[in-house]
Design a protein around this ligand. Structure first.
Ligand code: AMP
Ligand code: MG
Length: 439
């Protein structure tokens, strides 16, 4: 039951020509494995940034801008008052004090959004509201607090100096100033700045449309009853949430059973709305590992053993007419998540044009000794603590089992136990990937 419109009928699907090829994959080591970094860089080399398009500034939040944006106006646009009060000539009130106040006739009013009715004559005052333009020939603002707030005449009891409480044209931003450089990611304050200079649309790279599919005949959607041999499909939710967090627009298709024809049809149907497809399950050595069996029929694929734990079996491809990237992750939930962080998040960032593509790790010292598998980069789950000086230490949570979702949710970091180590003494400085920090 296809969930989305098809591009072609089943006849065409059966005859999809297999013309696509992938770049030469990285050479493996003597153990037949490629490193995590080799695999990640390979995937990054196979995907291209999405084409820029014009987007409304609010919808551009979090997206990467593809043009230098300069200001067409000054900010402030004109000299205006920073306070509610009276526009005066400073010379008229330069000697005003509590005991010798100065009295001036009030000759007009300037609300925000209006201009002064006329120039300000010597010896007079004009009532003025915050943001209103300064009347010609006025050079200071006396705030209400320094007056009796009079309406026909005003008593000023504090001296003012020229320029006081006046916000000058262009003192913040000038015409032609660079506001955002191509390649930067639009943040909350940038949206405000763009609006302030009157820009309603910008050229950005879009959010990648990411389709998430899990495979496995044992899977059931949360909310439904389980038979004794069934389990809930956590991966499509976990990965959909992770992709959303990375900035994607996500379509969580849900799960498909271990049936080659249904999987092929489902993936094919999704191509029409996907910039990236993520599947889980079915890429290891089992008899029912159908993803590996079927996806080569839709395009060029690469199935690799990566020297990492968890997440050793990895699949990638460029499938369908548009050579849509597909990342095929292992089925164990922790493996799927770790693989997402290692490979899919960088791919999504590249599609979005958000740099750096690869998350920068931070340093933390091992709070206790840790064992590690030599010849594999281990991404263990950990909790990071910072002391008063900001120095971080990390402790492992739970075991190495890639089914331990409870431990994964307790963790706030992935701890990189390097490729060549089998033992990490307490106090060793390690790289960790902080999972909950805003990106
Ligand atoms: P596979 O890679 O398909 O052999 O799956 C490996 C393990 O992960 C098996 O125990 C599966 O039942 C489990 N698994 C696969 N897909 C999911 C999923 N979507 N949600 C939860 N567990 C899964
Ligand atoms: Mg399976």
């Amino acid at each position: 039951m296809p969930l989305f419109g098809r591009k072609k009928n089943d006849e065409a699907l059966r005859h999809t020509p297999e013309v696509a090829t992938l770049p030469e994959p990285p050479a493996t080591g003597p153990d037949g494995l490629r490193t995590l970094e080799q695999h990640r860089d390979y995937l990054l080399s196979c995907v291209e940034e999405l084409m820029p398009f014009g987007q409304h500034v609010l919808d551009a939040l979090g997206l990467s801008i593809c043009e230098d944006v300069t200001s067409g106006i000054d900010l402030p646009r004109f000299d205006n008052t920073a306070m509610d009060g009276y526009a005066v000539r400073a010379a008229d009130v330069q000697h005003a004090t509590d005991v010798r106040p100065v009295r001036l006739p009030v000759v007009g009013e300037v609300p925000a959004g209006a201009s002064a009715p006329h120039r300000l004559s010597p010896g007079t005052a004009m009532k003025i509201m915050t943001g209103a333009p300064i009347p010609a020939d006025a050079d200071a603002i006396v705030p209400y607090e320094a007056t009796d707030r009079g309406s026909t005449d005003v008593t000023v009891n504090r001296a003012s100096s020229p320029g006081q409480h006046i916000r000058r044209q262009g003192e913040d931003i000038g015409v032609g100033d660079l506001l955002l450089a191509a390649g930067s990611r639009i943040g909350v304050r940038d949206v405000g700045l763009l609006a302030a200079v009157g820009i309603d649309k910008v050229m950005v790279r879009p959010r990648p449309r990411v389709v998430v599919i899990s495979t496995g005949s044992e899977l059931v959607d949360p909310g439904l009853p389980l038979d004794p041999e069934q389990i809930y499909d956590s991966n499509s939710y976990l990965l959909a949430a992770a992709a959303k967090d990375a900035g994607a627009q996500v379509f969580r298709v849900g799960h498909v059973g271990d049936d080659p024809a249904s999987l092929k049809q489902l993936v094919y149907d999704q191509l029409v709305r996907a910039d990236l497809i993520i599947t889980t399950g079915g890429v290891s050595q089992g008899d029912y590992d159908i993803v590996k069996a079927v996806m080569p029929e839709l395009g060029a694929t690469d199935f690799a053993a990566v020297a990492m734990q968890p997440g050793k079996p990895q699949g990638f491809g460029l499938i369908g007419e548009d050579r849509t990237p597909i990342v095929m992750l292992p089925g164990n939930p922790v493996s799927a998540f770790v693989s997402f962080e290692a490979f899919v998040r960088p791919v999504i960032r590249k599609l979005m044009g958000v740099t750096p593509y690869v998350r920068p790790g931070v340093r933390a010292t091992a709070a206790h000794a840790m064992s590690s598998i030599p010849g594999r980069t281990q991404l263990a789950r950990g909790v990071v603590r910072a002391d008063d000086t900001g120095a971080r230490s990390v402790e492992l949570v739970g075991g190495h089992g890639s089914h331990l979702l409870g431990d994964l949710s307790k963790a706030d970091a992935l701890v990189v136990l390097p490729h060549d180590t089998d033992f990490v003494p307490a106090g060793t400085e390690l790289e960790v990937w902080l999972l909950d920090q805003p990106r």
